[in-house]
Design a protein around this ligand. Structure first.
Ligand SMILES: *Cc1c(COP(=O)(O)O)cnc(C)c1O
Length: 227
């Protein structure tokens, strides 16, 4: 795997799309299923923010890489029994999708750590199988976050339905942008719209993304039977 070539190419494509959009765009390197050594290689090239879907896998890598100053984002569906570990060991949670978890995360976030930076995950295509709240639930979750001093609301995240029709994908991203603009108007500190992955990040940036989550374009394809 030519990680430095991939990294440079992805950074250049993000920079070009960001310039066309007239906005800064951050890169989250999604390291699920990749060994700690691959994260270390990317960190040596200057990448600092990494995303993990599975809490145990993420914690194991954090332990192996504790000599580095990295920022860890939990991006997978969050089960209640993993709230403690996410609150204790991650910097960001991008996949909050129910009010029920707010009080638990707030209580479990260590006082010695900075507040957990939180994105509300939205199921923008209303897929039955997907995690994420409905657009109509965003306000109530955002209001609950305001009662949680150890959690900081930063914005929204989405994974649109895989759709070969580019215009439908664009429309989903554009709906997210409108939800994000409304949230930002109503809540101080909201600055992050996380959308776009290896296959569609340029489209997402054109439609308003401020953070893209990229795995396979950086690390190469994942093993087939792994999400
Ligand atoms: C795996 C994953 C990504 C990255 O997907 P690629 O297509 O490999 O870039 C981004 N976001 C989430 C939530 C993921 O699970």
């Amino acid at each position: 795997m030519d990680s430095s070539g991939n990294y440079r190419a992805v950074c250049e494509r993000i920079a070009a799309a960001a310039q066309r959009a007239g906005r800064d765009v951050a890169l989250l390197a999604v390291s699920k299923t990749q060994p700690a050594a691959a994260v270390r290689e990317l960190a040596a090239l200057g990448q600092r923010a990494f995303g993990e879907n599975y809490v145990q896998e993420g914690l194991a890598k954090q332990r192996e890489l504790s000599d580095l100053d990295l920022e860890w984002h939990a991006i997978g569906p969050l089960q209640s029994n993993k709230a403690r570990e996410v609150a204790a060991h991650f910097d960001w949670l991008q996949s909050l999708d129910r009010i029920k978890l707010v009080a638990a995360l707030d209580r479990l976030r260590p006082a010695s750590a900075a507040p957990l930076q939180v994105l509300i995950q939205v199921n923008i295509d209303d897929e039955a199988s997907k995690s994420g709240c409905t657009p109509g639930e965003i306000d109530a979750i955002a209001a609950a976050l305001h009662t949680a001093p150890r959690l900081a609301l930063r914005g929204l995240m989405t994974i649109p339905a895989p759709d070969p029709d580019r215009r439908r994908r664009e429309a989903a991203f554009a709906r997210m942008r409108r939800l994000f603009e409304t949230l930002r108007r109503d809540h101080a500190g909201v600055d992050t719209l996380s959308m776009g992955m290896s296959e569609d990040f340029e489209v997402a940036i054109a439609q308003g993304a401020t953070l893209v989550r990229i795995g396979s374009a950086l690390f190469g394809p994942r093993a087939k039977n792994v999400r």
